[in-house]
Design a protein around this ligand. Structure first.
Ligand code: XMP
Length: 508
């Protein structure tokens, strides 16, 4: 499989470079700048990322490109370009005014292959405190901005380019075109890494890895574990044993409906009803992290007990995805990857299971594309994220069966209305929260003293930051009415209008 190697110097945009390259149907890997693998023929080119560091700093990240053949194309972006210039005898200095934001790029050499189909003048995005003040011998300017003369350069006679702007960000109008020129033109990649080709090669690899062994996998109802299951099922059929645990903390009727849809997909799945155990272990616990621990422990124990019943199982499959496995670069001030939470894991050591992770090369949107190509139920495919501890962290304070039942009813009203009003896909995540306080209300002639439900709906890209969704008043009025009228035990509904930060998406 042909690929591009991205050397990471700790820029917040490194993942974005990878996304852009993969959008061209070309596979790429992100590796720390100081862990360059052996350059095999499948590697068609190298991109050097940006960095929060300065090449002039004492502990500046210094890659060792000694093992890279002279003919292999290299593109340095921002810090990467500055390092290319600096390490070849050019000069880099503080830019005085930080070069930040939009700038107009003027092409100086329209014949250069990196600038093919890029107009004479276009907007680019700058974000650096240093600038290249002198190019090394043998370098030639191919584009400039008003403030930055050496905005883009090429080493004469070598397939080496540097650009000081961020071609990967949306604000660089022809940035995608330049990256295409590099990857598809200069590096000569075919661009044939599609969901179908991924499925074909992964299925073949899984068959080879697993042979006639049995594999166990924990399904959660979410996209990742479902796509991992479908891929494995395509590869090894009923040798795959799936386990889906009902913690009692899922949405209303979710256990039965998702189990049905897994069965419809032909999966060999065992549903395990374990709500009593979860509620028992949650009794008396009010602190959020303790609740998470209790729920996590129960998951692992229930899963293990069920897995132990499968004779001769040799492998544990997990829905780990690419952002979980990228090793972050050891650059001071580098952006930190927030790890996602995994709920099922830690099978007993004595079971000695090998680990299979068929999605470990994919970003979330790529998992969705593969899921779609595998025919995954669109309802599962488009589902909002749902936390592993489920409604256990949406009933604030102590979790009881009764409170969860109230919350499930209110939640079903809210989610149902989002779908009916065609708002479900406009929202990144929606939740209802049951507050542990009661307030006074009046229904008919009677005074009531009942619970409050919070509605939470956010827009977001990755859940790290989020805005509260500006849902129509008419919609909110309908949901509020339907909950207060239809859900016994609730007499008040409020809407959370706080963004993240400072508020988190979940209330616990
Ligand atoms: P917060 O509340 O941190 O949530 O803004 C960000 C995203 O993470 C989800 N979340 C969890 N997911 N286990 C999970 O699997 C957890 O303990 C957990 N806590 C929060 C949350 O639903 C949102 O999508």
């Amino acid at each position: 499989m042909e690929r591009i190697l991205i050397l990471d110097f700790g820029s917040q945009y490194t993942m974005l470079i990878a996304r852009r390259i993969r959008e061209m149907n070309v596979y790429c890997d992100i590796v720390p700048f100081n862990k360059i693998p052996a350059i095999t023929p499948d590697i068609k080119g190298i991109v050097l990322s940006g960095s929060p560091s300065s090449v002039r700093a004492e502990n500046a990240p210094q890659p060792d490109l000694g093992g890279v053949p002279a003919g292999l194309p290299i593109l340095g972006i921002c810090y990467g370009a500055q390092w290319l210039a600096w390490s070849r005898g050019g000069n880099v200095a503080a830019s005085g005014t930080r070069e930040y934001g939009r700038a107009m790029l003027t092409v100086k050499d329209a014949q250069d292959p990196l600038l093919k189909d890029v107009p004479a003048s276009s907007q680019v995005w700058m974000s650096h405190g240093d600038t290249i003040t002198a190019l090394p011998a043998g370098a030639r300017i191919i584009a400039s901005t008003e403030a930055v003369e050496n905005a883009a350069f090429r080493m004469e006679g070598l397939p080496v380019w540097g650009i000081q702007f961020h071609a990967e960000v949306h604000h660089s109008e022809f940035g995608k075109q330049m990256l295409r020129n590099f990857v598809l033109g200069i590096c000569g990649c075919a661009g044939d890494w599609t969901p179908d080709s991924f499925i074909e090669s992964t299925v073949a690899a899984l068959r080879k890895q697993i042979g006639t062994d049995k594999v166990v996998l924990g399904l959660s109802g979410g996209v990742d574990s479902s796509v991992a299951a479908l891929l494995l099922h395509k590869a090894i059929g009923d040798q795959l044993h799936c386990i889906f645990v009902d913690s009692g903390l899922l949405r209303k009727d979710e256990f039965s409906s998702v189990l049905e849809s897994y069965k419809d997909m032909g999966l060999n799945v065992k549903g395990v009803q374990a709500a009593d155990r979860f509620f028992g272990d949650l009794a008396g616990i009010t602190e959020p992290e303790q609740k998470r621990k209790a729920i996590g422990r129960d998951f692992v124990e229930v899963f293990n007990a069920e897995a132990a019943k499968i004779e001769n199982v040799r492998w544990l499959a997990q829905g780990t995805i690419y952002p979980d496995v990228i090793e972050s670069s050891a650059v001071p001030g580098a952006s930190v990857t927030i790890k996602s939470h995994h709920n099922v894991g830690g099978l007993p050591k004595e079971m000695k299971l090998g680990v299979v992770e068929p999605l470990r090369l994919l970003f979330k949107d790529e998992v969705r594309r593969v899921g779609k190509a595998l025919g995954l139920d669109p309802v599962i495919l488009g589902r909002h994220p749902f936390p592993g501890p489920g409604l256990g962290i949406r009933v604030l304070g102590e979790v009881t069966r009764e409170k969860v039942a109230i919350l499930q009813e209110a939640d079903a009203v809210f989610i149902g209305a989002l779908r009916r009003w065609n708002l479900y896909d406009d929202v990144w995540q929606a939740a209802t929260i049951l507050l542990p306080i009661k307030s006074v209300g009046v229904m008919g002639d009677e005074r009531t003293y009942e619970y409050t439900i919070v509605l939470r709906a956010v827009t977001s890209v990755d859940g790290m930051t989020a805005d509260w969704a500006q849902l129509p008043y008419g919609f909110l009025a309908e949901v509020s009415n339907d909950i207060v009228r239809g859900v016994k035990g609730v007499n008040r509904v409020v809407y959370d209008i706080c963004s993240k930060p400072p508020a988190t998406i979940e209330w616990e």
